[in-house]
Design a protein around this ligand. Structure first.
Ligand SMILES: Nc1ncnc2c1ncn2[C@@H]1O[C@H](COP(=O)(O)OP(=O)(O)OP(=O)(O)O)[C@@H](O)[C@H]1O
Ligand SMILES: [Mg+2]
Length: 260
Protein backbone atom coordinates (compact mmCIF):
# COMPACT_ATOMS: atom_id res chain seq x y z
CA UNK A 1 0.00 0.00 0.00
CA UNK A 2 2.85 2.36 0.83
CA UNK A 3 4.29 1.99 -2.71
CA UNK A 4 1.23 3.55 -4.27
CA UNK A 5 0.49 7.23 -4.65
CA UNK A 6 -2.29 8.29 -2.29
CA UNK A 7 -5.41 9.56 -4.04
CA UNK A 8 -5.44 12.37 -1.49
CA UNK A 9 -2.66 13.67 0.69
CA UNK A 10 -2.23 16.57 3.08
CA UNK A 11 1.17 17.72 4.23
CA UNK A 12 1.95 19.72 7.33
CA UNK A 13 -1.52 21.17 7.72
CA UNK A 14 -2.02 23.64 10.58
CA UNK A 15 -5.20 25.40 11.62
CA UNK A 16 -5.78 27.76 14.52
CA UNK A 17 -9.05 29.10 15.89
CA UNK A 18 -8.16 32.06 18.09
CA UNK A 19 -6.22 30.60 21.01
CA UNK A 20 -6.92 26.99 19.98
CA UNK A 21 -4.36 25.28 17.78
CA UNK A 22 -6.82 22.75 16.29
CA UNK A 23 -4.31 21.17 13.87
CA UNK A 24 -0.51 21.20 14.17
CA UNK A 25 1.57 20.08 11.16
CA UNK A 26 -0.77 17.21 10.32
CA UNK A 27 0.12 14.83 7.50
CA UNK A 28 -2.69 12.73 6.14
CA UNK A 29 -3.14 10.30 3.28
CA UNK A 30 -5.80 8.04 1.91
CA UNK A 31 -5.40 5.57 -0.93
CA UNK A 32 -7.96 4.30 -3.42
CA UNK A 33 -9.60 1.02 -2.37
CA UNK A 34 -9.06 1.61 1.32
CA UNK A 35 -10.96 2.66 4.40
CA UNK A 36 -9.00 4.86 6.80
CA UNK A 37 -10.42 5.39 10.25
CA UNK A 38 -9.63 8.72 11.87
CA UNK A 39 -9.82 8.36 15.63
CA UNK A 40 -9.05 10.47 18.67
CA UNK A 41 -10.67 11.91 21.74
CA UNK A 42 -13.15 14.78 21.72
CA UNK A 43 -11.44 17.92 20.48
CA UNK A 44 -8.49 16.03 18.94
CA UNK A 45 -9.02 17.81 15.62
CA UNK A 46 -10.73 15.11 13.54
CA UNK A 47 -13.65 17.20 12.31
CA UNK A 48 -11.37 20.17 11.68
CA UNK A 49 -9.15 17.97 9.53
CA UNK A 50 -12.13 16.61 7.60
CA UNK A 51 -13.55 20.10 7.07
CA UNK A 52 -10.16 21.23 5.81
CA UNK A 53 -10.07 18.33 3.36
CA UNK A 54 -13.62 19.22 2.32
CA UNK A 55 -12.69 22.84 1.63
CA UNK A 56 -14.95 24.16 4.39
CA UNK A 57 -11.92 25.50 6.33
CA UNK A 58 -8.81 27.02 4.85
CA UNK A 59 -5.69 25.85 6.66
CA UNK A 60 -3.19 28.40 7.92
CA UNK A 61 -0.43 26.43 6.24
CA UNK A 62 0.22 23.12 4.52
CA UNK A 63 -0.20 21.43 1.15
CA UNK A 64 -3.15 19.66 -0.44
CA UNK A 65 -2.17 17.01 -2.97
CA UNK A 66 -4.62 15.14 -5.16
CA UNK A 67 -3.39 12.19 -7.24
CA UNK A 68 0.15 13.37 -6.71
CA UNK A 69 -0.57 16.91 -7.92
CA UNK A 70 -0.73 20.02 -5.79
CA UNK A 71 -4.30 21.31 -5.56
CA UNK A 72 -5.63 24.66 -4.37
CA UNK A 73 -8.79 24.31 -2.32
CA UNK A 74 -10.46 27.43 -1.01
CA UNK A 75 -14.10 26.39 -0.95
CA UNK A 76 -16.16 23.19 -0.81
CA UNK A 77 -16.88 23.22 -4.54
CA UNK A 78 -13.12 23.07 -5.20
CA UNK A 79 -12.99 19.78 -3.28
CA UNK A 80 -16.11 18.32 -4.88
CA UNK A 81 -14.77 19.24 -8.32
CA UNK A 82 -11.83 16.92 -7.55
CA UNK A 83 -14.22 14.17 -6.47
CA UNK A 84 -13.76 14.68 -2.73
CA UNK A 85 -17.15 14.41 -1.05
CA UNK A 86 -18.07 14.80 2.61
CA UNK A 87 -21.03 13.49 4.58
CA UNK A 88 -21.41 15.51 7.78
CA UNK A 89 -23.34 14.29 10.77
CA UNK A 90 -26.30 16.56 10.08
CA UNK A 91 -26.39 15.01 6.58
CA UNK A 92 -27.84 18.16 4.96
CA UNK A 93 -30.82 16.33 3.53
CA UNK A 94 -34.17 18.04 2.97
CA UNK A 95 -36.82 16.33 5.08
CA UNK A 96 -39.74 17.52 3.00
CA UNK A 97 -38.33 16.28 -0.30
CA UNK A 98 -38.26 12.73 -1.59
CA UNK A 99 -35.16 10.57 -2.04
CA UNK A 100 -34.75 11.35 -5.76
CA UNK A 101 -34.87 15.11 -5.18
CA UNK A 102 -32.33 14.82 -2.38
CA UNK A 103 -29.92 12.82 -4.48
CA UNK A 104 -29.90 15.58 -7.11
CA UNK A 105 -30.12 18.50 -4.71
CA UNK A 106 -27.50 21.17 -5.31
CA UNK A 107 -26.19 19.41 -8.42
CA UNK A 108 -28.12 21.63 -10.78
CA UNK A 109 -24.80 22.90 -12.05
CA UNK A 110 -24.16 19.43 -13.43
CA UNK A 111 -20.86 19.05 -11.56
CA UNK A 112 -18.59 16.60 -13.33
CA UNK A 113 -21.10 15.93 -16.09
CA UNK A 114 -20.60 19.19 -17.93
CA UNK A 115 -22.84 22.22 -17.63
CA UNK A 116 -25.58 20.99 -19.94
CA UNK A 117 -26.15 17.70 -18.15
CA UNK A 118 -28.55 18.82 -15.44
CA UNK A 119 -30.72 20.68 -17.91
CA UNK A 120 -31.44 17.55 -19.86
CA UNK A 121 -32.12 15.41 -16.80
CA UNK A 122 -35.83 14.89 -16.63
CA UNK A 123 -37.69 13.40 -13.71
CA UNK A 124 -37.82 9.95 -15.25
CA UNK A 125 -34.07 9.89 -15.81
CA UNK A 126 -33.41 11.20 -12.30
CA UNK A 127 -35.60 8.48 -10.84
CA UNK A 128 -33.82 5.87 -12.93
CA UNK A 129 -30.40 7.04 -11.82
CA UNK A 130 -31.51 7.24 -8.20
CA UNK A 131 -32.85 3.70 -8.32
CA UNK A 132 -29.65 2.45 -9.95
CA UNK A 133 -27.26 3.98 -7.43
CA UNK A 134 -29.30 2.82 -4.44
CA UNK A 135 -29.47 -0.67 -5.89
CA UNK A 136 -25.73 -0.76 -6.56
CA UNK A 137 -25.08 0.25 -2.98
CA UNK A 138 -27.71 -2.23 -1.69
CA UNK A 139 -29.57 0.59 0.06
CA UNK A 140 -33.03 -0.56 1.00
CA UNK A 141 -35.75 2.07 1.19
CA UNK A 142 -39.51 1.76 0.68
CA UNK A 143 -39.44 3.83 -2.53
CA UNK A 144 -37.30 6.51 -4.13
CA UNK A 145 -40.37 8.72 -3.87
CA UNK A 146 -40.47 8.42 -0.07
CA UNK A 147 -39.93 11.69 1.79
CA UNK A 148 -36.69 11.82 3.76
CA UNK A 149 -38.73 12.60 6.91
CA UNK A 150 -40.21 9.10 6.73
CA UNK A 151 -36.89 7.22 6.60
CA UNK A 152 -35.01 5.67 9.51
CA UNK A 153 -31.66 7.12 10.64
CA UNK A 154 -29.74 4.38 8.85
CA UNK A 155 -31.69 4.90 5.64
CA UNK A 156 -31.05 8.65 5.79
CA UNK A 157 -27.37 8.07 6.34
CA UNK A 158 -27.35 5.70 3.37
CA UNK A 159 -29.11 8.22 1.15
CA UNK A 160 -26.60 10.90 2.19
CA UNK A 161 -23.73 8.55 1.35
CA UNK A 162 -25.31 7.59 -1.99
CA UNK A 163 -25.72 11.28 -2.76
CA UNK A 164 -22.02 11.83 -2.06
CA UNK A 165 -20.75 8.97 -4.20
CA UNK A 166 -23.09 9.01 -7.21
CA UNK A 167 -21.11 11.78 -8.88
CA UNK A 168 -18.00 9.87 -9.80
CA UNK A 169 -16.36 10.57 -6.44
CA UNK A 170 -12.83 9.45 -5.65
CA UNK A 171 -12.74 10.11 -1.92
CA UNK A 172 -15.58 10.17 0.56
CA UNK A 173 -15.28 11.48 4.10
CA UNK A 174 -17.80 10.35 6.71
CA UNK A 175 -17.87 12.22 10.03
CA UNK A 176 -19.31 9.81 12.62
CA UNK A 177 -21.70 8.07 10.22
CA UNK A 178 -23.03 5.63 12.81
CA UNK A 179 -23.06 7.84 15.91
CA UNK A 180 -26.85 8.15 16.09
CA UNK A 181 -27.74 4.70 14.82
CA UNK A 182 -28.99 1.48 16.37
CA UNK A 183 -27.30 -1.88 16.00
CA UNK A 184 -28.89 -3.01 12.76
CA UNK A 185 -28.69 0.40 11.10
CA UNK A 186 -25.03 0.65 12.09
CA UNK A 187 -24.47 -2.71 10.44
CA UNK A 188 -26.10 -1.48 7.23
CA UNK A 189 -23.90 1.60 7.13
CA UNK A 190 -20.78 -0.48 7.77
CA UNK A 191 -21.70 -2.74 4.86
CA UNK A 192 -22.18 0.37 2.75
CA UNK A 193 -18.71 1.64 3.72
CA UNK A 194 -17.18 -1.66 2.60
CA UNK A 195 -19.06 -1.42 -0.69
CA UNK A 196 -17.62 2.04 -1.30
CA UNK A 197 -14.15 0.59 -0.89
CA UNK A 198 -14.94 -2.21 -3.32
CA UNK A 199 -15.98 0.45 -5.83
CA UNK A 200 -12.43 1.79 -5.62
CA UNK A 201 -13.02 4.84 -3.47
CA UNK A 202 -10.77 6.11 -0.75
CA UNK A 203 -12.98 6.23 2.33
CA UNK A 204 -12.23 8.23 5.48
CA UNK A 205 -14.38 7.44 8.49
CA UNK A 206 -14.38 9.26 11.82
CA UNK A 207 -15.69 7.08 14.62
CA UNK A 208 -15.51 6.79 18.38
CA UNK A 209 -16.58 3.16 18.22
CA UNK A 210 -13.43 1.04 18.06
CA UNK A 211 -15.33 -2.16 17.32
CA UNK A 212 -16.73 -0.50 14.20
CA UNK A 213 -13.31 0.90 13.34
CA UNK A 214 -11.75 -2.56 13.54
CA UNK A 215 -14.53 -4.05 11.46
CA UNK A 216 -14.40 -1.64 8.51
CA UNK A 217 -10.96 -0.03 8.32
CA UNK A 218 -7.67 -1.00 6.69
CA UNK A 219 -5.65 1.63 8.52
CA UNK A 220 -6.19 3.66 11.65
CA UNK A 221 -4.83 7.17 12.05
CA UNK A 222 -4.85 8.49 15.60
CA UNK A 223 -5.02 12.19 16.46
CA UNK A 224 -4.43 13.76 19.83
CA UNK A 225 -4.48 17.47 20.69
CA UNK A 226 -4.31 18.51 17.05
CA UNK A 227 -1.49 16.19 16.07
CA UNK A 228 -1.30 12.90 14.27
CA UNK A 229 0.27 10.68 16.88
CA UNK A 230 0.06 7.16 15.47
CA UNK A 231 -0.80 5.08 12.42
CA UNK A 232 -1.73 1.41 12.49
CA UNK A 233 -2.49 -1.28 9.95
CA UNK A 234 -5.78 -2.51 11.36
CA UNK A 235 -4.90 -6.16 10.81
CA UNK A 236 -1.70 -5.78 12.82
CA UNK A 237 -2.88 -3.94 15.90
CA UNK A 238 -5.16 -4.26 18.89
CA UNK A 239 -7.69 -1.97 20.49
CA UNK A 240 -5.38 -1.74 23.51
CA UNK A 241 -2.66 -0.24 21.32
CA UNK A 242 -5.07 2.14 19.65
CA UNK A 243 -6.55 3.28 22.97
CA UNK A 244 -3.04 3.88 24.31
CA UNK A 245 -2.34 6.12 21.33
CA UNK A 246 -5.65 7.97 21.73
CA UNK A 247 -5.07 8.69 25.41
CA UNK A 248 -1.30 9.02 25.23
CA UNK A 249 -0.80 6.68 28.17
CA UNK A 250 -0.01 3.00 28.45
CA UNK A 251 3.02 0.78 27.85
CA UNK A 252 2.13 0.00 24.25
CA UNK A 253 2.03 3.57 23.05
CA UNK A 254 4.14 4.07 19.97
CA UNK A 255 5.43 7.40 18.75
CA UNK A 256 4.28 9.09 15.56
CA UNK A 257 4.05 6.75 12.60
CA UNK A 258 6.06 3.97 14.22
CA UNK A 259 3.74 1.42 12.74
CA UNK A 260 3.17 3.08 9.39
N1 LIG B 1 -15.16 26.73 14.28
C1 LIG B 1 -14.41 26.66 15.38
N2 LIG B 1 -14.13 27.76 16.11
C2 LIG B 1 -13.35 27.69 17.20
N3 LIG B 1 -12.80 26.56 17.69
C3 LIG B 1 -13.06 25.43 17.02
C4 LIG B 1 -13.87 25.40 15.85
N4 LIG B 1 -13.94 24.13 15.39
C5 LIG B 1 -13.22 23.40 16.26
N5 LIG B 1 -12.68 24.16 17.23
C6 LIG B 1 -11.79 23.68 18.29
O1 LIG B 1 -10.76 22.95 17.69
C7 LIG B 1 -10.47 21.78 18.44
C8 LIG B 1 -10.68 20.55 17.58
O2 LIG B 1 -12.06 20.39 17.36
P1 LIG B 1 -12.67 19.26 16.41
O3 LIG B 1 -14.12 19.55 16.26
O4 LIG B 1 -11.86 19.16 15.18
O5 LIG B 1 -12.46 17.95 17.30
P2 LIG B 1 -12.95 16.46 17.04
O6 LIG B 1 -11.75 15.59 17.08
O7 LIG B 1 -13.80 16.40 15.83
O8 LIG B 1 -13.82 16.16 18.35
P3 LIG B 1 -15.18 15.32 18.56
O9 LIG B 1 -14.76 13.89 18.70
O10 LIG B 1 -15.70 15.85 19.85
O11 LIG B 1 -16.08 15.57 17.41
C9 LIG B 1 -11.35 21.83 19.67
O12 LIG B 1 -10.63 22.40 20.71
C10 LIG B 1 -12.48 22.74 19.23
O13 LIG B 1 -13.05 23.40 20.33
MG1 LIG C 1 -15.83 15.97 15.49
Amino acid sequence: MQDRTPVLQLRQISKRFGAVQALSDVDFEVYSDEVVALVGDNGAGKSTLVKTIAGAYRPDSGDYIFNGQRAWISKPSDATALGVETVYQDLALCDNLDVVSNLFLGREDGTRFGPAFADVLDEVEMERRATTVLKELHVRIPSVRTQIANLSGGQRQSVAVARAVMWNSKVVLLDEPTAALGVEQTQQVKELIKRLRSRGLGVVVISHNLADVFEVSDRIIVMRLGRRVATFETANTTSTEVIAAITGVGPQHRPNGANA
